[in-house]
Design a protein around this ligand. Structure first.
Ligand code: GMT
Length: 379
C-alpha cells in the first residue's frame, strides 16, 4: 500500500510513534511518504520505500500567523496525486486532521478518494484541542475521519467526554520494537555517570508544565537522602531553567545531570535503575514504555493512560498526581536492595514486550485494509 503519514517531526511522543510506525510499515513492504515541515528526528535514513516531503510555508509580512494548514493540505494534494497514495494517516488531530480533511475534499473534486485515518495522541485532546477556540474544528475533523484511533483506552474515554464524537474510536496502543533492544549494550558506560555505589534515576520529557518537573526534582531530593544516587534529566523545554534553579536551591546540583535532547535514549536508559514520570496528564506515557523495554522500572503518577502501561507493584508503582512522599517511599522500596531491583527490572521488560510492534502493527494494517476497502466503494 502507499501510505502518506502526517506528523510532528520533533522529539514528542506522537512524532516518534508516527515515525517508528512508518519505518515498520516500510519494512513490511509498504511505501511510506512522510509529509511534514522537517525530516522527523527518528527518521535517520530514507530508502526506496520511505520518502519525505517537506512542507514549506512561505513567509509573508501581511500575515500575523503563517498558514501552515493551507501549505500542508496543498502539499498533501500534490503528494497524493504524484505518488498515487492509497491512504492518509494523520497523527495528532491539530491541525493535521483538519488539513487532511481539506486535502481529501480538494481531491474529491478531481474524482480522487483517499481515506483518512486520524490517530489521537493526547495533548491534541486533553490540553490544546478542548480549548473553546479550537474545539469545533477539532470535533469536526475527528468526526470527518474515516477511521479514528486512540493510543489508550483512557484517551478514548477522555475524547468521548470532551467532544461530541459520533465516530467509533478504536484503541491501538503505542508500541516498541523490542528487536532493537535485544542487542542491548553490554558496556553501558555507567561509570561515566555515577559512582559504583550510586543508583541512577532518569527522567525524559519535553519539560512542559504537564510533566510536573518540580515533582521529579523533589522526589529525587528525598530519595538521595536515603540512597546514594544521581538524577539524569533528558530533554529540553520551558520548565528546564526552573528545574536547574530548584536543584541549586536544594543543594543537589552536583547530583543532577541535565543532558538536553538526545537521540541516544536507549544508551541512557541502559545505565538507569529507575524512571520517574509524575505527569499531571499522560495519554499513554511512551517514555515509560521505552524505559521498561530497557529494563528500567517506573515510578509514576496514575494520570490518564499510564496505568495501562506501568503495572502497579509489578513494573513499578503508581501514585496520585503530586503525591511526592508516596513516590519516594515506592522508589526507595525498589532501590533498597539489588534483588528487589532485579525483580522489578525483569518484570518491566517482560510487560514491555506486550507492546511489541509485532503485536501492534497488524492492528494498524487491519485498519488500513478496512479503510482501503471503503476507498474502493467510494471510487
Ligand atoms: O507528552 C507530550 O507532551 C508529547 C505528546 C506528543 O504530542 O507527542 O505526547 C503524547 O503522545 C504520546 C504518544 O502517543 C503519548 O505517549 C504521551 O502520553 C502523550 N502526552 C500527553 O498526553 C501529555
Amino acid at each position: 500500500m502507499k501510505i502518506a503519514i502526517v506528523c510532528y517531526p520533533t522529539f514528542g511522543g506522537s512524532g516518534v510513534v508516527a515515525t517508528e510506525l512508518g519505518i515498520a510499515l516500510a519494512n513490511r513492504g509498504h511505501q511510506v511518504h512522510f509529509v511534514t515541515y522537517r525530516q522527523p528526528v527518528r527518521l535517520e535514513l530514507l530508502s526506496n520505500n520511505i520518502f519525505f516531503h517537506e512542507v514549506h510555508v512561505p513567509e509573508y509580512p501581511l500575515f500575523h500567523y503563517q498558514p501552515y494548514e493551507l501549505a500542508l493540505s496543498s502539499k498533501l494534494v500534490d503528494t497524493i496525486k504524484l505518488h498515487q497514495i492509497d491512504l492518509l494517516h494523520v497523527h495528532y488531530a491539530i491541525p493535521h486532521a483538519y488539513a487532511g480533511y481539506m486535502a481529501k475534499k480538494m481531491l474529491e473534486e478531481e474524482g480522487i478518494y483517499v481515506p483518512m485515518i486520524t490517530t489521537l495522541h493526547g495533548t491534541d485532546i486533553t490540553l490544546v484541542g478542548k480549548h473553546p477556540f479550537y474545539k469545533p474544528a477539532v470535533t469536526f475533523s475527528i468526526n470527518q475521519s474515516d477511521v479514528v484511533t486512540s493510543v489508550s483506552d483512557s484517551l478514548k474515554q477522555g475524547t468521548l467526554e470532551i467532544f461530541d464524537i459520533h465516530k467509533e474510536i478504536e484503541v491501538i496502543p503505542n508500541f516498541i520494537d523490542s528487536k532493537k533492544y535485544s542487542t542491548s549494550f553490554t558496556d553501558c558506560q555507567r561509570t561515566n555517570m555515577a559512582d559504583e555505589n550510586e543508583r541512577i534515576i532518569t527522567h525524559i520529557s519535553n519539560f512542559r508544565k504537564v510533566k510536573r518537573i518540580p515533582d521529579v526534582i523533589h522526589v529525587f531530593h528525598k530519595i538521595q537522602q536515603n540512597i546514594p544516587s544521581k538524577l539524569i534529566m533528558v530533554g529540553e523545554g520551558p520548565e528546564k531553567e526552573g528545574a536547574e534553579r530548584l536543584c541549586e536551591t536544594l543543594g543537589i546540583s552536583n547530583q543532577v545531570i541535565f543532558l538536553g535532547n538526545s537521540n541516544e535514549i536507549d544508551k541512557i536508559l541502559c545505565f538507569s535503575d529507575l524512571f520517574l514520570l509524575p505527569s499531571e496528564s499522560e495519554s499513554f506515557g511512551l517514555a515509560a514504555l521505552e524505559a521498561m523495554i530497557n529494563k528500567v522500572p517506573v515510578i509514576s503518577s496514575n494520570a490518564g493512560g499510564i496505568p495501562e502501561v506501568n503495572m502497579h507493584g509489578v513494573t513499578g508503582f503508581l501514585s496520585e498526581i503530586g503525591d511526592i512522599d508516596d513516590m519516594v517511599t515506592n522508589a526507595i522500596g525498589i532501590l533498597k536492595d539489588d534483588s528487589t531491583l532485579e525483580q522489578f527490572k525483569k518484570n518491566a521488560v517482560r510487560e514491555a514486550h506486550k507492546f511489541d510492534i509485532a503485536k501492534v502493527l497488524p492492528l494498524y494494517e487491519e485498519v488500513y485494509q478496512r479503510a482501503y476497502k471503503s476507498r474502493l466503494k467510494n471510487a
